[in-house]
Design a protein around this ligand. Structure first.
Ligand SMILES: [Zn+2]
Length: 453
């Protein structure tokens, strides 16, 4: 812990570069950490060098009132593991975030049992309000009907259910960290209620609309101490109300997903223009930038309802392409908006309104995407809460070293070498010490490391 950086307003990255010493093979890091006030500006780069930054994939599921869908999602997450490595997320089962629509779950033991299971398996349980209100009048986002007291109630009541003990019919959380707005509709009253209820992060604002953002250079999570440039685009264009500043409240950007361009269709296994397909169905889709919606609702539902009505190959191509863009760029986290209910049957029946997909085909999309992502050694599936905590105290990947130990070379703490086919990392400054020779050696043997890409 460095006392220098507890002050408000420090820029994480500057601090990092002041403290990092880079060697060709491995990075020695003295990491920034925070206690107390946090201000992180929107940045187009990781708080630590991209080379040692994990490629985070963070799934967020809304509503969660369907037991079959939620059971399936929990099985998928629990039966897969992050790739091997020396960091805290490596080799652990996948974690995600679940935003709960609380009202209908009260007294529903089947649903509450699933929510408690998700909590006990280490997933992040967030607030999606008590009654799922749509605070718009005649679909006008600038006109609202809810008072500040009503917003306070929506957030407080849902928090109370999530934090009540199991004996009292709750989920038993010690605190609630995250929030997603129903219909992504919010205003200043919403954010005041979040702030008053000590919510740590929101994941509801528009993101990726900045014209120069192309999927390789998106924003990392930031705090709302000085507003949001992405939200301000909406304010300036008259489709979002202005917001006050909220120090210490994180915003996780849920970026627009970029539909693969025509010259990439082969690579993603499609024989037609996906941009043309969506443009023929969604009037506001921009086929030039290819920027489309993120939520599974918008991808799968009926074109008659303003969605794209896509099939499993289309959606899988979009998910893979957006992961690949990030991997080739600044590794900004891939955050996906989902509904666990779409991955299960409703009373044994298919969902209506999703013309080109079925429960089974939508499940295959998540299975195949997970498999694809986990084939990349630097990918880590984390909950939104884990992502924000990582932003506050970033832990680098431990990259595998490619250089042999050299008896004549001095090594600093954190340097890596190979010796007799094993990976070692220096625990402190060392020279002329043969790795692995004796106990309490400066050379720590690594069970696992992340291959450099
Ligand atoms: Zn919802």
């Amino acid at each position: 812990m460095n006392t220098l950086i507890r002050r408000k307003g420090h820029n994480l990255t500057q601090l990092f570069w002041m403290k990092a010493i880079i060697t060709p093979s491995i990075l020695f890091l003295s990491l920034p950490s925070y206690s107390g006030d946090i201000s992180v500006d929107p940045m187009q780069h990781s708080p630590i060098p991209a080379q040692v930054t994990p490629m985070f994939v963070s799934l967020g599921f809304d509503d969660n009132l369907d037991v079959d869908g939620m059971s399936w999602v929990l099985r998928l997450l629990g039966s897969n593991k992050n790739p091997d490595g020396a960091d805290a997320f490596a080799n652990s089962s996948l974690k995600a975030s679940f935003f709960m629509h609380c009202g209908p779950a009260r007294g529903n033991d089947d649903v509450l049992t699933k929510w408690r299971q998700a909590h006990s398996e280490g997933h992040d349980i967030g607030n999606h309000t008590e009654t799922h209100p749509d605070d718009k009048v005649n679909w006008n986002p600038l006109e609202s009907w809810m008072t500040i007291e009503q917003w306070q109630q929506e957030i407080t009541q849902c928090n109370e259910l999530l934090m009540a003990s199991e004996a009292q019919g709750g989920v038993g959380l010690a605190s609630v960290s995250g929030y997603r707005a129903p219909f992504l509709t919010y205003n200043d009253n919403t954010f005041r209620a979040l702030s008053d209820n000590h919510i740590q992060y929101d994941v509801s604002l528009p993101a990726g609309n900045t014209p120069e953002h192309d999927g390789t250079n998106n924003y990392w999570p930031y705090t709302l101490h000085n507003g949001s440039p992405e939200h301000d685009i909406g304010v300036n264009n008259g489709w979002k109300p202005p917001l006050s500043n909220y120090p210490n409240l994180w915003e996780i950007p849920l970026h627009t997903l970029i539909v693969p361009p025509d010259n990439e269709m082969d690579r993603y296994g499609l024989a037609y223009s996906l941009r043309d397909k969506i443009a023929s169905r969604v009037p506001w889709f921009d086929a030039i930038s290819g920027k489309g919606d993120n939520f599974d609702w918008n991808l799968y539902f009926e074109p008659a309802w303003g969605a794209a009505g896509l099939n499993e190959n289309d959606v899988l191509a979009i998910y893979k392409y957006n992961l690949d863009l990030r991997l080739s760029g600044n590794k900004s986290p891939l955050v996906l908006g989902l509904h666990s209910g779409f991955y299960g049957y409703q009373n044994g029946q298919e969902h209506f309104g999703m013309p080109e997909s079925t429960v089974e085909s939508r499940r295959r999309v998540l299975e195949k995407f997970t498999e694809y992502a986990l084939s990349k050694p630097e990918v880590r599936f984390v909950s939104h809460k884990q992502l924000v905590d990582w932003m506050e105290e970033p832990e680098p990947l431990t990259l595998c070293s490619t250089s042999e130990w050299d008896a004549h070379k001095a090594y600093k703490k954190g340097d890596g070498v190979t010796y007799m086919g094993e990976q070692y990392q220096a625990a402190w400054w060392t020279m002329q010490q043969i790795p692995g020779l004796y106990e309490n050696s400066p050379w720590k043997s690594l069970d696992a490391c992340t291959p450099e890409q």
